[in-house]
Design a binder for this molecule. Structure first.
Ligand code: SAH
Ligand code: SF4
Length: 405
């Protein structure tokens, strides 16, 4: 008989499961605490549950984490785990410790179907959505591993992870039905009890799902903007052809009515000679003013990988860009690079993806022709210089290094 993996359920789902077992719904709260607050994976540990319930659970349920393939620890304390999700696919999560917080960057998909030019996950193609349990398992494992590793006491007091950012592999809003129960589990006081302000969904701009998230589970929102015009963004973030910038920004404005913070974070990956010129910064200022949107900018130095054919903007240009935005009254941060030595920075995660979308060939075709055909129109891509050979040739996907959201 197949058993249910209880990591798949938010509290509501677990209560429904308990009811199906003929148990009172409140039992779910106890069970939920054991699983997420105490990190229990064995029902026999749950001594305050009735023996009859423990016996029922032993035959109908399980608490199954993801197998860890590798773990790398950086000199700066960043830890990166590679989790096996079966069928040759693997996803990564990264823990970034800072003085006043601990951030976990979580993956939502094995690969990504959006196919951004500067993102190695996009270059890997798409295999499948992660389930709720596979998303939650990354946090479950990391939190309880770190408590032991850092010798914290069990229970809320010793919580190590204070922030979660959905900035690992995948587009979280293209895996909406699995994402929302996972977010609810992160926020639940009987589980991780994270503040809505400290859970961030990062999206390349799936407009209808931004609206749904606002209603279903409003957490902090980061939007990967990367360009001030549709012509350029169409090229860098192909989803823009479906949801152009004006629609995206209007969705962001609607989201602010629900958001736990009074601003949207715009992420902007700085690509040498592509989107980092003074006119791009000025156009961004104009765009944000035109839409009257309350926002902050987070400039991300591009983490190069050879197949992208793109280069990182020089530091001076990043700072000049930041200055233009700041001078216009837009709060702007430049993301610190963390975990470089273990390829844990943005764009450097190396999950394995069994591509089902011919992403590698399609990207190569786009680069070779310099022209991207879309339904009904042809867009001339920007000329990009050849990438210099990277010492991190094994890098493939994108995960983060987070400064502030
Ligand atoms: N799919 C979502 C979340 C995952 S990507 C999104 O696109 O927002 C998380 C962040 O990493 C995004 O802002 C993305 O633009 C950035 N990123 C991807 N590849 C990168 C690279 N090579 N260097 C720097 N940042 C990168
Ligand atoms: Fe997907 Fe985000 Fe990478 Fe774009 S940047 S390909 S949306 S993971």
């Amino acid at each position: 008989m197949t058993t249910a993996n209880l990591l798949e359920f938010d509290l509501e789902g677990l209560a429904a499961f308990c009811e199906r077992l003929g148990e009172k719904r409140f039992r779910a709260t106890q069970l939920f605490r054991w699983i997420h607050q105490r990190g229990a994976s064995d029902f026999s540990q749950m001594t305050d549950l009735a023996k009859s319930l423990r016996e029922k659970l032993a035959t109908t349920a399980r608490i199954e984490a993801l197998p860890v393939t590798t773990q790398h620890e950086s000199a700066d304390g960043t830890i990166k785990w590679l989790f096996d999700v079966g069928d040759g696919n693997a996803v990564e999560a990264v823990f970034i410790p800072e003085d006043d917080r601990g951030t976990l960057c979580v993956s939502s998909q094995a690969g990504c179907a959006v196919g951004c030019r500067f993102c190695s996950t996009g270059h890997q193609g798409f295999s499948r959505n992660l389930t709720t349990g596979e998303i939650v398992a990354q946090l479950w494992f990391a939190e309880h591993f770190l408590r032991k590793h850092l010798k914290r006491d069990p229970g809320q007091e010793g919580r190590v992870i204070s922030n979660v950012v959905m900035m690992g592999m995948g587009e979280p809003l293209q895996n909406y039905s699995a994402l929302v129960p996972a977010l609810r589990t992160m926020l639940d006081d009987n589980a991780y009890g994270l503040s809505r302000r400290r859970v961030t969904v990062s999206t390349s701009g799936v407009v209808p799902m931004i609206d749904r998230l606002g209603t279903d589970c409003a957490v902090a929102l980061a939007v990967s903007l990367h360009a001030p015009t549709d012509a350029l963004r169409d090229d860098l973030v192909p989803l823009n052809r479906k949801y152009p910038i004006a629609e995206l920004l209007e969705a962001c404005k609607r989201y602010l009515a629900h958001a736990p913070r009074d601003f949207i974070t715009f992420e902007y990956c700085m690509l040498d000679g592509v989107n980092d010129q003074p006119e791009h910064a000025e156009a961004l200022v104009g765009l944000v003013r035109q839409h009257g949107i309350s926002c902050k900018f987070n400039l991300i130095p591009f983490n190069p990988f050879p197949a992208s054919g793109l280069l990182r903007s020089p530091q001076a240009r990043v700072l000049a860009f930041a200055k233009t935005l700041s001078a216009a009254g837009l709060v702007t941060t430049v993301r610190k690079t963390r975990g470089d030595d273990i390829d844990a920075a943005c764009g450097q995660l190396a999950g394995d993806v069994k591509d089902r979308t011919r992403a590698v060939e399609r990207m190569a075709e786009r680069r070779a022709s310099g022209v991207a055909s879309t339904s009904g129109r042809t867009i001339v891509l920007h000329q990009v210089r050849e990438a210099r050979p990277s010492s991190k040739a094994s890098s493939t996907s994108n995960i983060p290094n987070i400064q502030e959201h």
